[in-house]
Design a protein around this ligand. Structure first.
Ligand code: NAD
Length: 257
């Protein structure tokens, strides 16, 4: 059993929660984060189930100083940071012509800028120990575009570019940096898109899923959270030491087209 420490942003919901559970099962100390009101109790339940050390932080991805504080808190509590998983993210769907500027700024700040701030803050500790695993949950939208998702696609493409750059800088330091690019996963983020499609385009839920969301995936099923979590675990392992700078699709064949 490992006693390494993983800081996972947005880890009391959806994909992040699945990743936190997978790392907890392997004995990692877990730093949970997210804005859910019941975040602390969700985190405590997972930690209790797997008997791991943990703390929960509601540090907001919009506040760089809070993110620096989160990394300091992680180091004070567990002596370092071995794995940083930048997962927190939001979505907003709108034509570019009417895309609200506050939504644009929030998406770029949460989905992209926070990845930079946390990586920068964690870097000296990883460098000092000559070990680090940075895993960015990008998206198939880090590789491909879809209409009406300009901010999200821009942010996720930015994350993929940032991942490659950080991989090059970490190469001599045993710090790897990789991006996972999931297709559609049925989480709160996607449930909202389904509800919005049902309302705005007068579609049934099945039509919204089959004809809009899963249209680009060859496999017409949502990607299970566990597949992403298991891949994150592998990328954090010693066996993945030579894998760095990749943007790995787990997208049901979306990228095969
Ligand atoms: P989710 O809504 O279930 O979880 C998002 C998490 O991020 C929550 O814990 C939320 O509190 C947190 N978060 C949001 N804004 C925050 C902020 N300002 N400060 C701190 N935490 C904040 O969504 P999800 O689908 O699990 O998404 C997780 C990641 O996976 C996102 O980066 C998303 O872009 C990416 N992704 C999702 C899908 C999908 O289909 N669901 C596909 C590809 C990529």
């Amino acid at each position: 059993m490992s006693r390494k420490t993983a800081l996972i942003t947005g880890s009391v919901s959806g994909i992040g929660l699945g990743i936190a559970e997978a790392f907890a099962e392997k004995g990692y100390n877990i730093v949970f984060n997210g804005l859910e009101k019941d975040g602390a109790s969700i985190a405590a339940r997972v930690a209790e189930r797997y008997q791991v050390n943990h703390f929960f932080s509601d540090a907001n991805m919009l506040e760089p100083e809070s993110l620096r504080g989160l990394v300091r808190q992680c180091v004070d509590c567990f002596g370092g940071i071995d794995v940083l998983i930048n997962n927190a993210g939001i979505q907003h769907v709108s034509p570019v012509e009417s895309f609200p500027e506050d939504k644009w700024n929030a998406i770029i700040n949460i989905n992209l800028n926070a990845v930079f701030h946390l990586t920068k803050a964690a870097w000296p500790y990883m460098k000092e120990r000559r070990f680090g695993r940075i895993i960015n949950i990008a998206s198939a939208h880090g590789l491909f575009a879809s209409e009406y998702k300009s901010a999200y696609v821009a942010a996720k493409h930015g994350v993929v570019g940032f991942t490659k750059t950080v991989a090059l800088e970490g190469a001599g330091l045993n710090i790897t940096c990789n991006a996972i690019c999931p297709g559609y996963v049925k989480t709160a983020l996607v449930e909202k898109q389904i509800a919005d499609l049902v309302e705005s385009r007068q579609l049934s839920e099945k039509e919204a899923i089959d004809d809009v969301l899963l249209k680009k995936q060859a496999v017409k099923e949502f990607v299970p959270v566990k597949l992403i979590a298991d891949m994150a675990l592998f990328l954090a392992s010693d066996n993945a030491a030579a894998i760095t700078g990749i943007a790995l699709p787990i997208d049901g064949g979306w990228s095969a087209q």
